[in-house]
Design a protein around this ligand. Structure first.
Ligand SMILES: Nc1ncnc2c1ncn2[C@@H]1O[C@H](COP(=O)(O)OP(=O)(O)OP(=O)(O)O)[C@@H](O)[C@H]1O
Length: 618
């Protein structure tokens, strides 16, 4: 109950902060809108009674004039309110989305994003963040408005017949309770269906994703994915259908109840009028009051249902906003000094969660400042996991990672990351211009074109980018049209008629994208620690050679960690670590490891042999 109240306060606070002026007008207008029906019912009663009493025309015309003004207000107020509501909704959505996505940035690690439960909460929060705060506020304003109207009519009815007043009011109680239960049930089903809907979206995206298109067509698995997508939709539909049917039964019963009460009230009023206990004006007031209370009760129930349904959703939004960071952040973090000693993994044990197997089982590794270190090992040995621990995307389950002797957990993650440059194995291909794709490596300097071009040159991709249709300003995307292309409408028309040439997205080859990712890493400038996780896996041999030459001269003196399966690239490292079975199984210089004749020597010999073996022709 307390959390519900806190939810209402939070929604009102958010709405007020987003659009204070609008709400300052919107709420009083609702009160005005609420009293208008009561005022017109009274005016009609007074006019009818005055007519039957034979009141002179002049005072009667006054009443009619006031009734006309009330009628105009009744017509205009809802229009203005609707306009204000829509505008307020826009502003509230803007602020609530800003807060939501601001909150997701506060999760400094990666684990939350890999947690399916978190993904479900996120999806509900994304949906509710758009509309829930406005719906909660509008719902409760609607409830308040209905209550004001009901109070006005109940007061009027009570003057005429207290018993009928009690019956009409009592008939509203089950409706309120039933709608409350329905709202909860609908919200629960929505949450229960969340995983299904997420999977449905996943399959739907696969069917249209350009990256999946090749395999989907070659393997002929479109039908397979479509069936799965439809099965997920059918599951969600079945659950929603059950709720719809239940709602239909409950609401049907409520309508029946309110009709019986309204009919009963009318009969009672006519009987009383025939006995001379009520005037004609009283009967008209009676009819208007019964109808007004019924309408307001159903408005109240509807508004309450909307508010409480949105409140349940909004609580997920609030839970996400208020959830702690996924990694503990030191209250008074230590400064991150320029790396002078080195980075050390000390007896590091790591698994992704208690349900996952151990990946690292006591890794000890020192990366001395200013030296180049290579990490090699089989697929799945844990090399990229070490990179993620160095960037503090996760904390070691046991042991520690030390930066010049200071535990990474004692530092602010943003300060640490500001000292790190990286090219990840699963680098991003941003739907941005070529220049921006490089520039986001150091986002504050993204407009420094000479530096952008210099980084691209170092990564060997300058010529490719310069030759694009709009050079560095070319949008690299298949999702959005090219920069400066026609409007969406005319582009769609051109596509339909087959005349579409402008909307063809420009994109790069895998190796070119990889060079672009490298340029992004280099654009970051000389950071204290440069991490290169398979930076050249997609490059042709010549390009790979060039990249490693460039890195050797460009990054000389920078602390470097290189991960590569190509042992030709790692032979220049000052120190090589071999990871096997979760520990460092061998370490030393390339030459000493080859001489030792262990795993590294065997892998190196295998690769070298592969290059030397004569190719059988014919
Ligand atoms: N986010 C994750 N959640 C759970 N397990 C993971 C996650 N990322 C990696 N793993 C597991 O951790 C192990 C080590 O993965 P990692 O990516 O570090 O290996 P790697 O040595 O870099 O492999 P490769 O040479 O193939 O790139 C693998 O068994 C992998 O399945």
């Amino acid at each position: 109950m307390r959390s519900r109240f806190a939810g209402v306060v939070a929604a009102v606070g958010l709405a007020w902060r987003a659009a204070p002026g609008l709400f300052a007008v919107y709420v009083p207008l609702n009160v005005l809108g609420a009293v208008v029906p009561v005022a017109s019912a009274w005016l009609v009663k007074l006019i009818l009674d005055a007519l039957l009493r034979g009141t002179p025309l002049y005072p009667l015309l006054w009443l009619v004039g006031i009734l006309a003004v009330v009628g105009v207000i009744a017509g205009v107020v809802p229009q203005v309110m609707e306009h204000l509501r829509v505008e307020a909704d826009r502003r509230v959505t803007l602020l609530s989305e800003d807060r939501l996505y601001g909150a997701t940035e506060r999760f400094v690690g990666l684990s939350r994003f890999e947690d399916p439960h978190f993904q479900d909460t996120l999806r509900v929060a994304q949906e509710s963040g758009r509309s829930a705060p406005s719906n909660v506020v509008n719902g409760f304003v609607g409830v308040g408005r209905a209550l004001v109207t009901i109070a006005g009519f109940v007061g009027s009815l009570a003057v005429l017949d207290p018993l009928i007043t009690v019956v009409v009011l009592a008939a509203g109680v089950p409706a309120v309770l039933a709608e409350r239960a329905l709202a909860r049930r609908r919200a629960a089903v929505f949450l229960e269906m969340s995983p299904s809907i997420r999977r449905e979206l996943f399959y739907a995206r696969l069917l249209t994703d350009v990256r999946a298109a090749k395999e989907v067509r070659l393997f002929g698995i479109g039908g397979f994915f479509r069936q799965r997508m439809l099965a997920e939709r059918a599951t969600a539909n079945a659950a929603e259908r059950r709720v719809d049917r239940h709602e239909l039964r409950v609401q049907g019963g409520l309508v029946l109840l309110s009709s019986v009460v309204a009919g009963g009230g009318l009969v009672a009023a006519i009987v009383a009028a025939s006995r001379g206990q009520l005037s004609v004006g009283d009967v008209s007031m009676f009819v208007a009051a019964v109808a007004g209370v019924q309408t307001s009760l159903s408005m109240l129930v509807g508004a309450y249902a909307m508010a409480s349904r949105s409140l349940v959703m909004f609580e997920h939004y609030l839970a996400l906003l208020r959830s702690d960071s996924d990694l503990p952040v030191a209250a008074s973090p230590a400064a991150v000094p320029e790396l002078s000693g080195g980075v050390e993994l000390r007896d590091v044990w790591f698994r992704y969660s208690p349900a996952h197997p151990w990946v690292l089982r006591g890794v000890n590794m020192t990366i001395p400042a200013g030296r180049a270190v290579a990490i090699v090992g089989r697929n799945g040995a844990g090399k990229s996991t070490i990179v993620k621990l160095l960037c503090r995307f996760y904390d070691p389950t046991r042991g520690s990672v030390l930066w010049d002797g200071v535990d990474l957990r004692d530092m602010a993650p943003a300060d640490l990351r500001a000292r790190i440059g990286a090219v990840f194995q699963d680098f991003m291909e941003y739907d941005l211009t070529a220049a921006e794709n490089v520039g986001v490596g150091d986002v504050g300097c993204r407009d420094d074109r000479p530096r952008v071009e210099e980084a691209a040159r170092l990564a060997g991709v300058h010529k490719t980018l310069a030759r694009l249709p709009a050079g560095y300003d070319t949008l690299l995307s298949r999702t959005f049209g090219t920069a400066g292309s026609a409007s969406a409408e005319s582009a769609a028309l051109a596509w339909l008629t087959g005349d579409d040439e402008s909307g063809v997205g420009v994109t790069l080859s895998t190796g070119q994208w990889q060079r672009l990712a490298l340029a992004r890493g280099l654009f970051r400038g000389r950071r204290d620690l440069l991490i290169l996780d398979e930076p050249s896996s997609g490059l042709d041999p010549e390009a790979e050679h060039q990249v490693h030459e460039t890195l050797r001269s460009y990054a000389a003196g920078t602390t470097r960690v290189l991960i590569s399966h190509r042992l030709g690239a790692t032979r220049d490292a000052d120190h090589v670590f071999v990871i096997e079975d979760g520990v460092v199984s061998e370490e030393g210089s390339h030459a000493s490891l080859v001489a030792a004749g262990g795993v590294y020597a065997r892998l190196f010999a295998l690769q070298a042999k592969g290059y030397q073996e004569p190719t059988a022709v014919g």
